[in-house]
Design a protein around this ligand. Sequence first.
Ligand code: NAP
Length: 281
Amino acid sequence: MAQIIDGKAAAGRIRDLVKDDVDKFRSVTHRTVGLATVLVGDDPASEVYVTSKRRLSRQAGIEDHHRRLSADAGQDEVAAVIDELAEDDAVSGILLQLPLPKHLDSKALIDRIPWQKDVDGLTTTSAGLLARNAPGLRPCTPLGILALLRAEGIDLSGVSAVVVGRSELVGKPLAQLLLQQNATVTVTHSRTRDLATVTRTADIVIAAAGIPHLIGAEHVKAGAIVIDVGIHRSANGLIGDVDFEAVSPITSRITPVPGGVGPMTIAELLRNTIQAAKIQT
Ligand code: NAP
C-alpha cells in the first residue's frame, strides 16, 4: 500500500522555521518583514487563497500589507499600487494574486515587481535567474514540491521525472529545478502523444495539467512516486489531477488532495518572503 505524503505536516515544519527566522531577522536588523498581497476583483477562489496566505504569514510574524482593488480597476491603477509597494521599505515581498480580470495585462503588471520583492518568482527577471541557476526567488509551488521530496528523503539525482504540464507557474520552473537536482526530466503538455506511454517510464510523475483525474492507473508504473498539483472543486470536495483511488495502490508514495502540495505552496511563499527581506538588506 502506498505511503501518503503528508504535505500539511511538512508545511507546518517549514512555517515554524520561517517564524524563527523572522524573529531572528527582526532582532538582528531591527527591521520588520512584510508581505503585500494585491487582490484585484472578487474571484471567490482567489479570496480564499489570499485570506489563508495573509493568516499564515501573520502567524509567522510577517506584517500584512494587503491591497484590495475593484474588478474594474485599470492597468494604470494596479501599476501605481505595485510601484508604491515596490518603493515601500516595510514591504519585503509583493504578491499579485492571479488570475487577474481579463482586461488587465498580467505579464506587464507582474514585471513591475522588482525581482528582489518577487515572492511568487514569476517576473521575467526571476525566470531568467532560475534558468541560469543564479540566486533569486523561485516560484512557490515548484519549491514546495522539491521540499516535499527532500522531506521524504528522496535523492533526485539520476531519477526519471515526468512533469505533466508546462505552465510558467508550475510545469516549466519545476522542470528546471528538477534538472538542477540532476533528475532526468521529461516535460509533457497538451500536444504530447500517448501521455501514458511517457508517464509510465517515470520514477516520479508530477501532475500539473489542471484536468481532474487526468492521471489514471494506466499512466503510472508500479512503485512510482506520484505528486498531484491539481486542485479542483467537485461534488465530493477537492480533487486533483490524479485519480487517487485508482492510482495510489500502484505507487510507493503519493500526495493527497487536499493536504499535499497546496499547503507547501503557502509555506514556500512565507520562506520566499523572509528570503526577500534578507536579499534587500
Ligand atoms: P495551466 O496554466 O492551465 O497549465 C496547464 C498545463 O497542462 C499546460 O502546459 C497544458 O499544456 C498542460 N496540459 C493540458 N492538458 C494536458 C494533457 N492532456 N496532457 C498533458 N498536459 C496537458 O495550469 P497551472 O497554473 O500550471 O495549474 C495546473 C493545476 O495545478 C491546476 O489545477 C491548478 O489549480 C493547480 N495548482 C495548484 C497549486 C497548489 O498549490 N497546489 C498551485 C498552482 C496551481 P499546453 O501548454 O500545451 O496548453
